[in-house]
Design a protein around this ligand. Structure first.
Ligand SMILES: [Ca+2]
Ligand SMILES: [Ca+2]
Ligand SMILES: [Ca+2]
Ligand SMILES: [Ca+2]
Length: 332
């Protein structure tokens, strides 16, 4: 019996570690594994906002835990504007610049401008570590380009997350086409090997939905202590189905949805049970017909006007609705 138990336990241990390592394999993919988002998207600055990008740049942050002391790379998948994946307008004539920043000025907790939320503010603060411009280049089409190697201490140290923070800015510097791309934080240039405990986040999420009516995309904002309500903004949703908020407490709160080149803003109450966890913003596509190539922008701020972070790997895991919490509220 004892031998059987030991074998059973070791099988369980193996299974659990396989699950854990499986999660790690995807932890630094941006968009993340649990998000089910095919691509980020940034249009050239001569594009129309009605195509789904309101500002023609995006800002993402990577966190490297302080006890990781090896070099790493920030990889961009399909950095070019052309060939596979990208959204053509007329001809492919756009250029996109990706720039990696470290050092003082990057940490968005200490420097609000670094978040890249307001046009006109200098979101490029920090030390420029690497930069490259991509046009219509088959060399980089449907392939990774690796920035780096970087040393963790080149980042901006954040005590709260016990991590060094790096920033990558993507700008549509010329043209009007939509550049679709993804990021991966990797220990190696030639493969995708995650850095354990690392994560990525943004404050304004501009992304492409899958061309599949059955597909549901998710983004996971983190609800920090002190938050009592959240103002959400969604832009250019093309009236494509419903956006729901799910949490341990909310079974599926529908949000007002934007249509073409407009935005919808609303306030969501936050319950104590939701603090210190992630919310699940679910993007359910219209079922009656396929809205193709839908790009959308989402941002959130708390009751003090402070922006919330969306983490690629949700802090505390994907929230699951717990009916007991809901019932308790109703009978109060
Ligand atoms: Ca491409
Ligand atoms: Ca074009
Ligand atoms: Ca691309
Ligand atoms: Ca759209």
């Amino acid at each position: 019996m004892k031998v059987k138990t030991a074998i059973f336990n070791s099988i369980i241990t193996l299974a659990l570690s396989a699950i854990a390592s499986g999660n790690l394999l995807y932890a630094q993919a941006v968009p993340g594994k649990d998000e089910n988002i095919p691509f980020l998207v940034t249009f050239g600055k001569n594009g129309e906002t009605s195509w789904g990008d309101d500002d023609f740049y995006s800002v993402f942050f990577f966190t490297i835990p302080k006890d990781y002391n090896r070099q790493f790379y920030i990889k961009v998948f399909d950095p070019d504007n052309g060939g596979e994946n990208d959204e053509i307008q007329g001809i492919f004539d756009s250029k996109t610049m990706f720039s990696v920043y470290g050092g003082k000025g990057v940490d968005p907790d200490k420097n609000l401008a670094s978040r890249g939320l307001k046009n006109g503010e200098n979101y490029k603060q920090g030390t420029l570590l690497a930069s490259k411009v991509f046009g219509n280049e088959p060399t980089y089409d449907n392939k990774y380009y690796a920035f780096g190697p970087f040393n963790p201490t080149e980042g901006d140290y954040n005590e709260k997350w016990k991590s060094y923070i790096f920033k990558i800015v993507c700008e549509g510097i010329t043209g009007d086409d939509g550049n679709l791309y993804r990021y991966f934080l990797s220990r190696e240039a030639g493969s995708e090997l995650p850095v354990e405990g690392a994560n990525a986040f943004t404050y304004e999420y501009t992304f492409r939905l899958a061309n599949d009516i059955k597909s549901v995309a998710h983004i996971y904002p983190y609800v920090d202590t002190g938050i009592v309500s959240i103002k959400q903004r969604n832009f250019d949703w093309d009236d494509d189905g419903v956006i729901l908020v799910v949490s341990t407490y909310k079974q599926g709160l529908p949000l007002p949805v934007s249509n073409e080149n407009d935005e919808k803003v609303s306030v969501i109450a936050v319950e104590p049970a939701e603090i210190g966890k992630s919310l699940d913003f679910q993007f359910h596509k219209k079922q009656s017909y396929l809205v193709r190539n839908n790009n959308v922008v989402v941002s959130l701020e708390n009751q003090r006007g402070d922006a919330l972070q969306f983490f690629s790997s949700p802090i505390g895991g994907v929230p699951v609705y717990q009916p007991v919490l809901g019932i308790r509220k109703k009978t109060k």
